[in-house]
Design a protein around this ligand. Structure first.
Ligand code: HEM
Length: 448
C-alpha cells in the first residue's frame, strides 16, 4: 500500500487562498507540479521566492557558496523568544564560532559515549507501552525528549525540571505553530509579527528552566563533579581560534535549540517509521529478526549489524523528512537556471519535494527500504537526499539522530508488533515538523 501523501492544491490560486492554505499546512499549499519541476518561482507583492529541486542548485546554495545564501531573517524573528542567539538562527562569524565549539561534542568517538543513555531511553519507552490502540506520536515525543535530557544533562524525562520543560514546550507549540509560519508567509518586512502573550510566556518559562539546569552544570564543572555528557563537553570546549567558551546565556540558547531541533524531529521520524512498518508487515518482521540479535547493552559494533533497520529509518526520512523545507536569502544578484534573481529573494529548498521527485527517484512515493542497498540509487542518495541539510550548515545532530532512530526502532520492534487500524490513515501536515494531522494510532501487541 502507498504511504499517505497530502493532496496538492490546484495549480492556480489567488494570493489570499494561498495564504489561507499556507496557514493550514505548507505541504498541501503547494501544487503537484513541484514534484516534477527543477525550479519554481512564486511571486508575491512583496518578494519573490524560488523553490529549487535541481541538485546543482542545492549544491550551490548549501555547499559551494553557503555564505552568499544565509538563513533568512524571517525565520529568526519567529523563533527569537525561545532560541535567542542559538546556532540555528545565527549567521556569519557568530555562527562559525558557535559551530567550532558545538561540533566536537557530536563527533564519532564522542557519539559512542551517548549510546548507553540512548539505550536507557529506548528501554524506558518500551516499558511505557502496553498492548492495545495507542497514539504513537505522543509516545515518540516522550521518548525523544527523554533521549535529549539523558544525553545532554544525564537526567531522565521524569526529572522534575525535565518534565516541566517538556510540558511547557508542548504549550509553546500549541500557541506557536501558526505564528511560526510568518517566517514563510508572503508578508512584507514591516508587517508587525506580534508574538502572542501565551507564546512569550511559555518561551520565558522554558528558558528559565533551562537556565537552572545550565547554571547547576556550570557549578558542577567548577567543583569537578560534572557528569561526562553533551552539556559538559560543550561547556568545557574552548573555541580553537579565540580560546573563549560559551557563557551561561549563550549555552542556554544552544540548549534550547538542541531540545527543539533534537526532539521534535526525531519524534516525527520515529512515529512515521512505526507507521510505515505497520503498513508493511514483512519489512517489520525483517526489523524484528535483526533486532533479536541485539545484546543487552549494545556498542557500535552491535549497532552496525542493524543494516535493514537503518535503511528503514533512512527511507522514512526520505518519505517524511521531519524538516520539510528550508529557507535561505540570496545576498547577491544570481542567475538560477537562466533566471535573474535579485538580492533578497527567498530561496526555498524542499526535502519534501526533492525526496519524492518524479524525475530523480524510482517509484518515488513507495516505501522501499531496499533501495538504499541498490547501486543504481547511489547518485540519487548523494544528490537528492537532504533530510539533515548538507554542507557546513548540516544538522549537527545528524549522526546522533541516525543512531537514536535506528536503535529506538529496533528496541520497540524487538518487543512489540505494530499494526494499522483499518480506515485510520494519518494525513501528513507540516507545521514545525512533518506530523500527522490528528496523530497516528496503531494497534500494539507483544511479540512472543
Ligand atoms: C531525525 C532527526 C533530525 C532531523 C531530520 C534534523 C534535521 C535538520 C535540518 C534539516 C537542519 C537544517 C535546517 C536549516 O538549515 O534550515 C538541522 C539543523 C540543526 N539540527 Fe537537526 N535534525 C535532527 C535531529 C537533531 C538532533 C538530535 C540535534 C541535536 C541534539 C539536532 C540539532 C540541530 C542543530 C543545532 C541545527 C542547526 C545547525 C546550524 O544551523 O548550523 N538535530 N537539523
Amino acid at each position: 500500500m502507498m504511504p499517505p501523501k497530502p493532496t496538492p492544491r490546484p495549480d492556480r490560486v489567488s494570493l489570499l487562498q494561498y495564504m489561507r492554505l499556507f496557514r493550514a499546512d505548507i505541504l498541501s499549499a503547494q501544487p503537484a507540479r513541484l514534484y516534477r519541476a527543477w525550479m519554481a518561482e512564486f511571486r508575491t507583492p512583496f518578494f519573490r521566492s524560488y523553490l529549487c529541486n535541481d541538485p546543482a542548485l542545492i549544491d550551490l546554495v548549501l555547499k559551494a557558496r553557503p555564505d552568499d545564501f544565509p538563513k533568512s531573517n524571517r525565520i529568526r524573528e519567529g523563533l527569537t523568544p525561545l532560541l535567542g542567539n542559538s546556532v540555528f538562527v545565527t549567521n556569519g562569524e557568530v555562527w562559525k564560532r558557535q559551530r567550532r565549539i558545538i561540533d566536537p561534542a557530536f563527533e564519532g568517538g564522542r557519539l559512542r559515549d551517548t549510546l548507553p543513555a540512548i539505550w536507557a531511553a529506548g528501554e524506558a519507552a518500551v516499558a511505557r507501552l502496553s498492548p492495545g490502540v495507542t497514539e504513537i506520536e505522543e509516545q515518540t515525543s516522550h521518548a525523544a525528549a527523554d533521549v535529549i535530557f539523558r544525553t545532554l544533562f544525564s537526567i531522565p524525562i521524569d526529572h522534575a525540571i525535565a518534565t516541566k520543560v517538556f510540558h511547557e514546550f508542548r504549550a509553546y507549540q500549541r500557541t506557536q505553530p501558526i505564528l511560526n509560519l510568518a517566517a514563510f508567509l508572503p508578508l512584507p518586512r514591516w508587517f508587525p509579527r506580534l508574538h502572542r502573550h501565551a507564546t512569550l510566556r511559555a518561551a520565558k518559562t522554558i528558558r528559565s528552566l533551562i537556565t537552572q539546569l545550565t547554571e547547576a552544570r556550570a557549578d558542577e564543572i567548577r567543583s569537578g563533579t560534572a557528569p561526562d555528557d553533551l552539556a559538559t563537553k560543550i561547556m568545557q570546549t574552548a573555541d580553537p581560534q579565540t580560546g573563549a567558551r560559551f557563557d551561561t546565556a549563550e549555552m542556554v540558547d544552544q540548549v534550547a535549540i538542541f531540545f527543539l531541533a533534537g526532539h521534535e524531529t526525531s519524534a516525527s521520524a520515529l512515529a512515521w517509521a512505526l507507521y510505515l512498518l505497520a503498513l508493511n508487515p514483512k519489512a517489520q518482521d525483517r526489523v524484528a529478526t535483526e533486532a533479536a540479535t541485539l545484546p543487552d547493552s549494545p556498542d557500535f559494533a552491535a549497532l552496525s549489524q542493524l543494516k535493514f533497520t537503518r535503511d528503514v529509518f533512512r527511507e522514512t526520512l526520505r518519505l517524511y523528512p521531519p524538516v520539510p523545507m528550508m529557507v535561505r536569502e540570496n545576498q547577491c544578484p544570481e542567475t538560477l537556471r537562466g533566471r535573474t534573481v535579485a538580492p533578497g529573494a527567498q530561496i526555498v529548498l524542499s526535502p519534501w519535494h526533492l525526496h519524492r521527485h518524479a524525475r530523480l527517484w524510482e517509484n518515488p512515493d513507495a516505501f522501499d527500504p531496499d533501495r538504499w542497498s541498490r547501486d543504481a540509487n547511489k547518485a540519487c542518495a548523494r544528490e537528492a537526499y537532504i533530510p539533515f541539510s548538507a554542507g557546513p550548515r548540516v544538522c549537527t545532530g545528524a549522526g546522533f539522530a541516525m543512531v537514536e532512530g535506528t536503535l529506538l526502532l529496533a528496541q520497540l520492534i524487538r518487543r512489540f508488533r505494530f499494526e494499522t487500524i483499518p480506515g485510520d490513515v494519518p494525513v501528513p501536515v507540516a507545521h514545525l515538523t512533518v506530523r500527522a494531522k490528528t496523530g497516528i494510532r496503531l494497534h500494539i501487541s507483544r511479540r512472543a
